[in-house]
Design a protein around this ligand. Structure first.
Ligand code: HGY
Ligand code: MN
Ligand code: MN
Length: 425
């Protein structure tokens, strides 16, 4: 099989161009789901897809599908390539966007060589993968895969009080297609690793075999606001101190955990938020993850026990709200082998690994054999404007995606079959 390559300049230019969309006056990149900045990013991807001769269709939760169907339309299950183009706050330019733009580039490259695809090939940009404005994360792909109803997603209220369905209509992405209007034969997602493993081991390609389970919750601790000067320490119900103890507990729990567990308090709010007032209320979020389902459940149970004891000892009212919950997922073994062989065909080193980050692929794996391809992140940095990957690695990853797609189109999609569906609240 002759080895073909994507057009590196086209891909790298697209990444830089999309990466310039959604920057504030300080140059920070933020395209939260269904904001005006997200609309501009979406419009750009739709415009590029149409310019590539693809049919663009949008479903009722704003998932965008750029379709190369050939003369038989969608009568055969498509090969689906995808990721997301919404970002976190003060983001890098690669998280999600790299996989979507590489998918578009793979289709452009194949169309330059093949008149008629053996089966339709589609590249998707899923709505609200990050979950920063609207929880849960991986929302669009969860609806597409049937793990969340469109109604629940569209009714989601954001951290700013906005409602997703109204926002999608406002930005012009409340599509007419029914989520799941086609069933993928297989799903491929190319993504930056967002961690240190590939760089540390000097491996060029990550063959992602599985992905961590994720537990998100919001905790509200209610104590009593009081005077910072007159209130004896023994009489305080200081919600800020209670929150600090929760953060310390989670850190120690995760550090000691085996099998591994990671825990993060990413958002913390104290009220009334005055220098001379003992905080009466603390609101914090907890992101807990483990590749081991039992370990994740134990971590959640240990936190619940700690909160119960803290409430009693400190006379606090403590409430928790579950925001997202997915079980660990194993990807398709046959597809992983094809990715590994594709890397080898291109003379690239690879290693099998677990994804620490959540991805749309964990939702798609419920309805179609799925696999992910990683490329190294410089310094393992991500969800940070310093997120970066060497250009040669970006091109290599896209060529492994191309080669894998070629193999699947030429040899048929032999897979091990979809895994059990991810569970969501
Ligand atoms: O949170 C995650 O792991 C992903 O970036 N949404
Ligand atoms: Mn991502
Ligand atoms: Mn991300």
């Amino acid at each position: 099989m002759q080895v073909i390559s994507i057009n590196p300049d086209r891909l790298l230019t697209d990444i830089r161009t999309l990466g310039a969309i959604g920057r504030d006056e300080g140059g920070r990149l933020t395209r939260l789901a269904a904001t005006d900045a997200d609309r501009r990013g979406r419009d750009t991807f739709v415009q590029w897809s149409r310019a590539a001769g693809l049919d663009v269709r949008i479903d009722s939760v704003g998932n965008i599908f750029a379709i190369w169907a050939g003369r038989n339309g969608l009568d055969r299950n498509p090969l689906l390539i995808g990721s997301h183009i919404d970002t976190v706050i003060d983001a890098g330019v690669l998280d999600g966007c790299y996989g979507v733009l590489a998918g578009l580039e793979v289709i452009r490259t194949l169309r330059e060589r093949i008149a008629e695809p053996a089966r339709p090939v589609i590249v998707a940009a899923f709505t609200n993968e990050e979950g920063v404005r609207f929880a849960p994360d991986m929302m669009g792909s969860a609806v597409f895969a049937g793990a969340l109803s469109a109604g629940e997603a569209l009714a989601a209220t954001g951290t700013d009080g906005a409602v997703l369905g109204e926002e999608l209509a406002r930005i012009g992405y409340a599509g007419t297609e029914t989520p799941g209007f086609f069933r993928p034969e297989a799903y491929l997602e190319l993504h930056i690793e967002q961690g240190p493993v590939l760089e540390r081991e000097a491996a060029e390609i990550g063959v992602v075999e599985d992905l961590q389970g994720i537990s998100w919750q919001r905790i509200v601790i209610t104590g009593e606001a009081n005077h910072a000067g007159t209130t004896p320490m023994s009489m305080r119900r200081d919600a800020g101190h209670a929150a600090a103890r929760v953060i310390g507990f989670l850190h120690d729990l995760a550090r000691a955990a085996s099998p591994p567990l990671v825990a993060t308090v990413g958002c913390l709010g104290l009220s009334p938020g005055a220098i001379n007032v003992v905080p009466g209320k603390a609101t914090l979020t907890v992101d807990m993850r483990s590749p081991d389902a039992r370990r994740l459940g134990e971590g959640e149970a240990a936190l619940a026990t700690f909160l119960g004891d803290l409430a009693e000892a400190g006379r606090f009212a403590i409430s928790t709200t579950r925001l997202a919950r997915t079980e660990p997922v194993r990807f398709d073994a046959r597809l992983a082998k094809i990715v590994e062989e594709s890397a080898r065909d291109l003379g690239l080193s690879s290693r099998r690994m677990t994804s620490g980050a959540g991805h749309d692929a964990q939702m798609l794996s419920a309805i179609a054999p799925s696999v992910m391809i990683f490329v190294p992140s410089i310094g393992g940095i991500s969800h940070n404007p310093r997120e970066d990957t060497r250009e040669q690695d970006l091109v290599s990853g896209a060529n492994v995606l191309l080669r894998t797609a070629e193999r699947l189109l030429q040899n048929g999609v032999q897979t091990s079959g979809p895994e059990k569906p991810p569970s969501l609240p």
